[in-house]
Design a protein. Structure first.
Length: 366
């Protein structure tokens, strides 16, 4: 069994659209009943389980008769999501209820998990539901989300939910049984990768396409989810849902091994998706950051974005993204300090300067 209750007190299970909904837009009820039976067994064994469920747009598109599975336009997707979400949760509630379990619905937007206060509120609600033995069914609120304020795929949403819930592990149930060194749908000799210790070593193997055409993710989104989950101290597995009872027995999968757990705040920073700007630094600053230092203006060479003080920014070095953190200055003042020594800052700004562009207490290395 993948992530058994004895070693994994809290588990997040993500179910993709292609598993839950058939090509005609109907729920694959028999398969879903088997998955719910697996969940019920785990809950009775003491594991707390939350579900991140896709499928609302696909279900709603069928009921509304919309072309291209409801994805022909943003307005169609929003209408399909609003229609399909109620049907989706009805099915989950009915099947969980037949197993003696209570379902709860949580709909979130990107901002609910990117804004620190809203993130903590969502985490508290999720933890309370799980402690009460409820199975939360979570989805992105696609009826109001736009391209600028959405996760875009439930893989990364599942990883962020795991982070908020303090889960030990995430299972992404998919139409593939893990990561391969090439796309197995087009490369006959593709080799399955059972275990990943370092994500950077496999990132180039990812394909962005969704095999079913119903989902919005691909292997790229799953690797992005693995980065978020493992940085927060949770293991993540990509496993096939094309089997009966996918959470019981032994099935082939790819396991991404969790990193040493960061502090909750730094894990939240590292998993952030909506940085408002970017600070480019030189090699010296990159080395200092790797050693645990704050980001000083003397090592910054260029800015991007119109960010305010307290906004999330990324830090880019000569070799790529180094960190995420909260800026101590707005973009205009930060730009005036680029490359300047700390003892020059007061004269440049006309007020008492802060200790750094990004303080190490508000910085998470990637």
């Amino acid at each position: 069994m993948l992530f058994p209750p004895a070693s994994c007190p809290r588990l997040i299970v993500k179910v993709g659209s292609a598993l839950l909904v058939d090509v005609g837009g109907a729920v694959r009820r028999d398969w879903l009943a088997g998955l719910v039976a697996d969940i019920a067994e785990r809950v009775r064994a003491g594991q707390q389980v939350a579900v991140v469920s896709s499928g609302a747009i696909a279900l709603g598109a069928r009921r509304l008769g919309l072309a291209r599975g409801g994805r022909a336009s943003l307005e169609d997707a929003q209408a399909a999501a609003a229609t399909g979400q109620i049907a989706l949760c009805q099915v989950w509630a009915e099947l969980l209820g037949a197993q003696g379990l209570t379902a709860a619905q949580m709909l979130v937007t990107l901002d609910d998990l990117e804004d620190r206060r809203r993130y903590l509120n969502a985490a508290a609600t999720l933890s309370r539901l799980l402690a009460l033995g409820v199975v939360p069914v979570i989805n992105e609120n696609d009826s109001v989300a736009t391209a600028e304020i959405r996760f875009g795929d439930n893989d990364r949403l599942a990883a962020r939910v795991a982070q908020a819930a303090g889960a030990s592990a995430v299972v992404l149930l998919s139409d593939v049984d893990g990561l391969y060194d090439a796309n197995p749908h087009i490369a006959s000799g593709a080799q399955h990768i059972p275990r990943v210790e370092r994500i950077d070593a496999v990132a180039g193997m990812a394909d962005a396409g969704s095999a079913s055409g119903m989902g919005s993710g691909g292997m790229v989104s799953k690797i992005a989810a693995a980065r978020i989950a493992t940085a927060a101290g949770a293991h993540l597995a990509i496993a096939s849902g094309r089997v009966e009872r996918p959470l019981s027995g032994e099935h082939r999968h790819t396991l991404f091994v969790a990193e040493k757990t960061a502090s909750a705040r730094k894990a939240w920073l590292a998993g952030g998706l909506t940085a408002r700007g970017c600070i480019h630094v030189d090699a010296g600053a990159a080395s200092a950051l790797a050693a645990g230092a704050s980001l000083l203006a003397a090592g910054a060479v260029r800015l991007e974005g119109a960010f305010a003080r307290g906004d999330l920014v990324t830090v880019e070095g000569p070799g790529g993204t180094l960190a995420r953190g909260l800026s101590e200055y707005d973009a205009a003042d930060a730009a005036r300090l680029l490359g300047r020594r700390s003892d020059e800052h007061a004269a440049i700004l006309g007020y008492a300067p802060r200790a750094a562009l990004v303080h190490r207490n508000h910085l998470a290395l990637l």
